[in-house]
Write a new protein. Structure first.
Length: 204
């Protein structure tokens, strides 16, 4: 990760990712590392192996650097988040090495590939109703209407925005998957990557 790209990964770490975890993070200086204290505490407790690359003194982190720092990279799954240039370079490296299927990248913002028809969104607990189009994430629509919305990475990784869908239909903006619910179904959705696909009631 680099810069604020550590945010979704931090959400994963807080949820207790099991196994042998190596975190390679790039930032200008030690003081610029977001969640630096928390990451170093996890490393000190033996929960992760933390490798920091401070670009002001050590230069930019390259794909070759990552491969050298993590010798068994090909045997691991890699989650990467950061600037587009860094992710593009990593994808090229993993493709050339024949291990692209082990690389999972997330850009700073989820790409909107599919839109629906939108609809009226009710936040029943807070007694707020808003008309939302089919391209606006429910998280964004709710916040714009003054609804207190849980959130985290805003990219569909950390699941910090998951809430119950009491009724109605929503559509995943990434792939168009339609999720429907009726009262009592217990369906839960990520509001950062789903938009209204007709009238829906969010339990918030």
């Amino acid at each position: 990760t680099a810069g604020s790209g550590i945010t979704p990964v931090m959400g994963m770490l807080r949820n207790g990712v099991p196994g042998d975890v190596v975190v390679v993070h790039s930032a200008p200086t030690r003081d610029d590392v977001i969640f630096g204290g928390e990451l170093r505490a996890l490393a000190a407790a033996g929960r992760i192996r933390l490798i920091e690359q401070h670009t002001d003194s050590g230069g930019m982190l390259s794909a070759e650097d990552v491969a050298a720092l993590v010798p068994d990279l090909a045997e691991r799954h890699t989650w990467a988040c950061g600037p587009t240039g860094m992710l593009d370079v990593l994808e090229e490296h993993f493709t050339a090495a024949g291990i692209l299927d082990t690389l999972h990248t997330e850009r700073f913002r989820a790409s909107v590939l599919v839109t629906g028809e939108g609809g009226t969104v009710s936040f029943s607990v807070q007694a707020v109703t808003v008309d939302a189009d089919g391209a606006t994430p429910l998280l964004t629509a709710g916040e714009a209407a003054g609804v207190l919305m849980p959130s985290g990475c805003r990219m569909g990784i950390c699941f910090g925005c998951v809430v119950p869908l009491r009724s109605g239909a929503v559509r995943d903006l990434r792939d168009g998957t339609l999720t429907t619910a009726a009262e009592g179904d217990g369906v839960r959705i990520q509001t950062c990557i789903n938009a209204a696909a007709g009238a829906c009631d969010i339990e918030l």
